[in-house]
Design a protein around this ligand. Sequence first.
Ligand code: FMN
Length: 191
Amino acid sequence: MNEIINFLKKRRSVTAKAMNDGQVSLDHLNEILECGLRVPDHGALNPWKITVIQGEAKKRIGNEILAKEYKLSNPEASNDDLDYEKNRLNRAAIVIVVLCTPVFHPKIPKWEMELSSGAVCSNLLIAAQSLGYAAQWLTEWYSYNQNVLKEFGGDPKTDKIAGFIYIGNKQKEPVERRRPIKNKIISFIDK
Ligand SMILES: Cc1cc2nc3c(=O)[nH]c(=O)nc-3n(C[C@H](O)[C@H](O)[C@H](O)COP(=O)(O)O)c2cc1C
């Protein structure tokens, strides 16, 4: 069987909770990012913004932004909850944030720019998984927080976070999850 099809048919995400932070080599990171940019994009508008959070930035953003914003929305948060937020990004070696930054176009709707941003996330995820990394696409609560969006250069009036792609090392191979029942979703029209 074709190697790519075989991989796509078996590919699985490893949850951020289950991964080790480990390391992503620079060569691999560059390959993952290159794949992320090679997506269908109507009108070649490039309506995305990508930020790689790595090294000390994971801790800084956890401390200065995630824990702070979490506390503002959850005044009753315990110290354990806040510690979790401080360390949230440290679950992975690197976390790649993808923003949808739509531009006005007389013919191309914003929806298509949002779909293209999802394709960026998918390609980043699949590329990382194909290199053997543990990877997961998450939005969690902070994707919907305006100050988090601003931290990554987004404008709350127009932009949205499409996802955080967590990439780390596998502790073990993931088990299969329930998959869609084909004939409930797919139909064929012949005439
Ligand atoms: C846009 C988007 C956001 C997601 N956000 C979350 C999330 O916040 N929390 C979560 O547990 N899973 C989330 N998921 C699901 C996981 O990334 C993933 O789909 C699931 O773990 C199984 O993936 P797999 O089919 O690649 O194995 C999200 C998926 C998508 C497409």
